[in-house]
Design a protein around this ligand. Sequence first.
Ligand code: GAL
Length: 664
Amino acid sequence: MPTLYRGVTFVQHRPRWPRIPGLGFGADYNPEQWPKSVWQEDVRLMREAGVNIVSVGIFSWARLQPAPEVWEFGWLDEVMDLLHANGIAVDLATATASPPPWLTAKYPEILPVNERGETVWPGGRQHWRPTSPVFRRYALALVEAMARRYGGHPALVAWHISNELGCHNVYDYSDDAARAFREWLRQRYTTIDALNHAWGTAFWSQQYGDWQEILPPRLAATHPNPTQQLDFKRFSDEALRQYLRAERELLLELTPDVPATTNFMIMGGTKGMNYARWAREIDFVSNDHYVQPGPQAFDELSFSANLTGNIAGGRPWYLMEHSTSAVNWQPVNLAKKPGELMRDSLTHVAHGADAVCFFQWRQSAAGAEKYHSAMVPHAGADSDVFRTVVGLGATLRELAVVAGSVRERSPAAIVFDWESWWAAEADSHPTDRLRYRQEALDWYTAFLNLGIRADVIAHGTPLEGYGLVVAPILHVLSEHAAKELRQFAESGGHLVATYFSGTVDENDHVWLGGYPGALRELLGIRVQEFTPLLDSEHVSLDNGLTGTLWSERVDPVDASILARYADGSPAITRRAVGAGSASYVSTRLGPDGLTRVLSDLAGAAGVHSELPPAARGKVELAIRSHGTDRYAFLINRADDPVTVDGFAGTVTLEPRAVAVVPLD
Ligand code: GAL
């Protein structure tokens, strides 16, 4: 189904899924880290675990091309043959993720430069400029060599383009980036006058007379121009996407029958890539997800999986990486508790993942990731982790029946917008404490607490069919997008907006006349002033809730007041709009406060939980369907057992357990 993005219809670039039976199960496999004797044990254990696909070659550039004119494919030929002989398919990396030392020594100009003008040196990985013509020349030569050598190999089922593009190199302030940024701006604005208007350069004597004068927002004496910053984020996202496209187009030319993907990072704080736009560039969506500890850790996993599934247009997607237990890059790396590995994996499946893969197959003995968990840990196969992995493989085989099914649309949705994330968290704002993704996640937790299914959808996705749509901090709003929200409410939808929404247009210019400018009439309110709160402050509402972070002086021009601040002014409002409504929440209420508010708003919108009352809040429900065959995933969010009665019979879920139940 085509997806609408900001009024532009796009389809994924030829949606195609790799040839694997049932659900994919596997890992990043890095045999170059091990002697050949270990490879035999690897494939034996892979078979024991039911692994049917692995990603190979992700960081192999230096091994494949140890010098400019030297190619060494022999070891990879052997690995590909060995995997194929053991019935294991390969998602083969183009191997361009991390340039070899000879390349950066020969051409130091491919190294990124940070905003202070400091070179990002080799020594880690992904130290290349997305806009470097030299890097691109060498990388595409490698892609071509890989495609020519392995394009016809029977183990090959998909191309894995680079790896986590933008993980470390999304923002590059080098001269290459400056040149490409200017070109991008020329295309966006055509005239320098249009750029001057968009960037508001009448302020602080910033008016440009020539494109050559423009730079990336490098270290400045004080806050760099905000629209320049926003455009640099847009540009940087697109520069990487253009790089992705360059690899993908070459692959398409050389191996037209092999689907290609690249692994997204829809998780926690990964902010730089607008993945709603990336999905159209590839044949199938892949995501990497790592749990970040905290009270909403599991809700965040579900949120990310949900958003990934919707970005994939509801079609199956590929969980390229997650972890069997601890990672190595957090301040304290927590091991997973019993049941978590299974629950995490199946929650991704519940939201549409048709492959469950890990970083990585065998835990490294050396290198920066040696304390990162894997399917085969340092302890070896005689370990709880490997036994759990084998159990997960068996479960995924039993679940093969869900492969190919699509996400069933939820009654409610949360709108997620990368540009609002970028713009709302910029400097020189009413507070630097605002966290866009956290607010969206808090609403998601509120939906989970009420047991109401909600889709997390990219801004621009059509809203028809949703009874209730929450748009948290939808800060950047074009006239067109505001009109779509109005039409949604007028046609019977119930919209909920929050503080700092509808505040600026696409150029980051304030909609004048009172906040939230673009939504003022729809919401029937007018805000004269934002009144953000210090960390030590809070506001009390007359419904017993407490707000933090932010508050506003709201005039209820044409809206009823659902809750007031202590001084009697409105905190939460609602306006009837045609058959629908538009509500506004002007402070940060956190997951518990929002659960109460949402309960009322959802009730008024006629949106209810599909779960029996005793299971609400404890159990997450997701539904996948193949037309008439529908499957309910019941996920125990809690550390206690829970019984779900009267919904597809009676199911008792152990702590952190998941049940998959066919629905009639
Ligand atoms: C990802 C990356 C993997 C590995 C993993 C560790 O960012 O793609 O190569 O580093 O994280 O969690």
